[in-house]
Design a protein around this ligand. Structure first.
Ligand code: GAF
Length: 387
């Protein structure tokens, strides 16, 4: 992203003074979907696309003057007025300001202009990129950088929960804050322990195909999926008062079968997917260590099937892209992120790459009248101050 571009807009829309510039990335996720809020494992990495913001204290007690460069929209608000702005993009700034304040950062009024090159609604977590970018800026401008990375992750997640209506897990904010160039991360979302995995599969590429069906988690059935999982856990816990059941992570296949009739087929299928996905992340880690990319790919296809048929977060266009990948002999392909639109992530042999992309573009355009957008994945660094 272009620093000078962001700076020129910051100068133009405010008082001519410069501030500090911060950047945070979007993310990909190799495997482990909808496992984060179920206490399971995820396998994300930060990408070379994200959000860049210039920020500067403006001398007021609590007035935020915010400019979205991409939307050409300016919103000024008092973040202590109890309501916050209506514009959905500005609510991320509002939420983060309040959440950082809760963490002890003496946030005062500031000016902010920001832009992004992470595509919106593509399942690459532009919202987490905003939250972690703004958190990084407030921590630096007002907090002496005393807030830990994990607390910034949690502040981002709390912003989604409390101000944006999405009961998300921690994967996206974690990836955006902790990302490192060239490395994926395996995170245990229950214990929060994580490990960096250098990812440079010889002879393969990771590529995203954006269906251009815009996914939107706020107000979407995303929260229903989470409720289904929690309902299953509640039923299992009631049957087993001797145990501790916080999330589906604590539940076995047998216990799930025991409550099948009482929770109903829809919740059963959703929980069934989550238990399978938990195992698949671990299988993929072993396969990666062994350099066995065929198994990695096989698991990706299994995840897609589960997300489509059991968790029901796919759509016709994503299933179509997945079918094309299969027909072309692509090693692995699946929906990435929350679902309901956005991208597929594909593990493709180098020598198949060109023909796969050409076929996907042609067939998708013939059916839907537009080509999917293609993004090569470059695993990059997490949140940082640029200057
Ligand atoms: C969205 C959420 F924000 C994440 O927390 C995660 O649940 C993901 O969907 C599905 O794996 O990106």
């Amino acid at each position: 992203m272009d620093i000078e571009f962001v700076r020129s807009r910051f100068i133009k829309h405010f008082d001519g003074k410069t501030g500090n510039i911060y950047a945070s990335p979007g993310r990909i996720n190799l495997i482990g979907e909808h496992t984060d809020y179920n206490g399971g494992f995820v396998f994300p990495g930060a990408v070379d696309k994200g959000i860049m913001a210039e920020m500067r204290p403006n001398g007021t007690e609590s007035t935020i003057r915010a400019y979205s460069i991409d939307l050409k929209d300016r919103v000024d608000f008092d973040f202590h007025d109890g309501q916050g702005p209506r514009a959905s993009w500005a609510r991320y700034i509002y939420g983060i300001a309040l959440e950082m304040e809760k963490l002890g950062v003496p946030v005062k009024g500031f000016n902010i202009a920001f832009a992004g090159d992470v595509p919106l609604g593509a399942g690459m977590s532009s919202s987490a990129a905003m939250e972690s970018c703004f958190a990084c800026g407030l921590n630096d401008l007002f907090g002496d950088n005393k807030v830990s990375k994990w607390d910034m992750v949690l502040a981002g997640q709390a912003t989604e929960h409390n101000y944006c209506g999405v009961n998300c897990g921690i994967m996206d904010q974690f990836a955006s804050v902790f990302g490192q160039a060239g490395k994926l991360m395996r995170l245990d979302c229950r214990s929060r322990e994580f490990e960096y995995f250098p990812f440079n599969p010889k002879g393969y590429k990771l590529v995203l195909l954006n269906s251009c069906v815009k996914h939107e988690l706020a107000g979407s059935p995303y929260n229903d999926r989470r409720n289904s999982c929690e309902n299953v856990v509640k039923h299992i816990a009631a049957k087993h008062p001797e145990g501790t059941f916080e999330t589906l992570r604590d539940c076995t296949w047998e216990q799930l079968e025991e409550v099948r009739a009482e929770v109903g087929e829809e919740d059963y299928k959703r929980a069934h997917f989550v238990l399978g996905e938990k195992d698949r992340v671990l299988a993929v880690c072993d396969a990666l260590v062994a350099g066995d990319y065929e198994t990695v790919g096989k698991k990706m296809y299994e995840t897609h099937d589960g997300l489509s048929k059991e968790y029901e977060v796919s759509c016709e266009e994503l299933d179509f892209l997945n079918d094309i990948a299969k027909e072309c002999g692509v090693t692995g392909s699946r929906i990435m992120g929350g679902g309901f639109g956005g991208c597929t992530i594909n593990l493709v042999k180098d020598d198949l790459y060109d023909s796969f992309i050409a076929t996907a573009k042609e067939k998708y355009a013939a059916k839907y009248g537009k080509e999917p957008k293609v993004y090569d994945v470059i695993i990059s660094d997490g949140s940082r101050k640029i200057c």
